[in-house]
Design a protein around this ligand. Structure first.
Ligand SMILES: C[S@@+](CC[C@H](N)C(=O)[O-])C[C@H]1O[C@@H](n2cnc3c(N)ncnc32)[C@H](O)[C@@H]1O
Length: 280
């Protein structure tokens, strides 16, 4: 990092950086994320952060797990915020590492608010969100001029753990040709019903991408009608992104060269891992 032609920021004692780690492949970390990792005294990281990214932390940095995964023992959000504040007030350089982008379904906004309330200086380092980077690694363009001028990102899981009834499903169904759903696996059946009831076609192309950008990435191509049954017989497991819309069909063409040569590799944005693109 010393021979870069430009300066990266300094993570100062008493500061917190809220940093996005991207969807998993450590190569998707930003330079700012890497610089922060190499300066931090304490790295407080989430369950979705790839442990390989943690290997970039400065030798001697304390690595603190603060994962929250559905159904598993979890760090409580107030405890995480208290820890960030306490570490910063003790004069440490604190890096809060979160999967994807901290401000996209990642509670980074809440953590930033708490830091403001506590008077702790902080910086946001955006990351590549799974709903964009994960699609790219599956060979699905988030937008394409022939398909969509708009895209909608939504969560299938609200803070109380049920399908978000606060969502206006008819409005969402009409909103964009392409819908990208985070945390949709658990409530896929009622989400499917709501989207069908709201007018999305049952034969519409859908893909589920799990462990996006990791060697364990799996992609399931299905339709809105069949998605629940197809997921049940597949390797798709959390974390997974669901994408509904005609852009899903484009992956056939985008991956065709790689499939023909047996190399679904990074040259076209798919993952190099063998089997990552095998139909499941
Ligand atoms: C709490 S949200 C965090 C989102 C994150 N802040 C982001 O910007 O990607 C967790 C959800 O993100 C999605 N996700 C995160 N990483 C993923 C990955 N590598 N592959 C597929 N989905 C992923 C899944 O929908 C997962 O349930």
């Amino acid at each position: 990092m010393d021979d870069l032609p430009f300066a990266l920021g300094t993570l100062e004692p008493g500061w917190v950086w809220l940093v996005g780690a991207g969807p998993g492949d450590p190569g998707l970390l930003t330079l700012h994320a890497m610089a922060g990792l190499q300066q931090a005294d304490v790295v407080v990281y989430d369950a979705l952060v790839n442990e390989q990214a943690l290997q970039l932390a400065r030798a001697g940095a304390a690595l603190v797990y603060a994962g929250k995964r559905g159904g598993k023992p979890s760090a409580a959000q107030p405890d995480i915020c208290d820890r960030l504040i306490a570490e910063a007030r003790a004069g440490r350089r604190v890096l809060r590492l979160k999967g994807g982008d901290p401000f996209v379904f990642g509670r980074g906004g809440e953590e930033a608010e708490t830091l403001v309330d506590a008077g702790v200086p902080f910086r946001i380092v955006p990351g590549i969100t799974a709903g964009v980077g994960g699609l790219a690694y599956a060979g699905i363009p988030a937008t394409h001029r022939d398909v969509n001028a708009t895209i909608t990102f939504l969560t299938g899981h609200s803070s109380d753990g049920v399908v978000p009834d606060a969502i206006d499903w008819p409005a969402v169904a009409r909103s964009s040709p392409v819908l990208v759903l985070y945390m949709a696996l658990k409530h896929l059946a009622p989400i499917r019903e709501r989207l069908l009831a709201a007018g999305r076609r049952g034969d519409e192309a859908m893909a589920l991408i799990s462990q996006a950008s990791l060697p364990s990435q799996a992609v399931l191509e299905t339709t809105l009608d069949r998605c629940v049954a197809d997921v049940a017989g597949s390797r798709i497991a959390p974390p997974a992104i669901a994408v509904l819309g005609a852009s899903v069909a484009m992956r056939g063409k985008l991956l065709s060269l790689a499939r023909a040569t047996g190399r679904a590799d990074g040259a076209i944005g798919a993952h190099p891992a063998p089997g990552a693109d095998t139909p499941i």
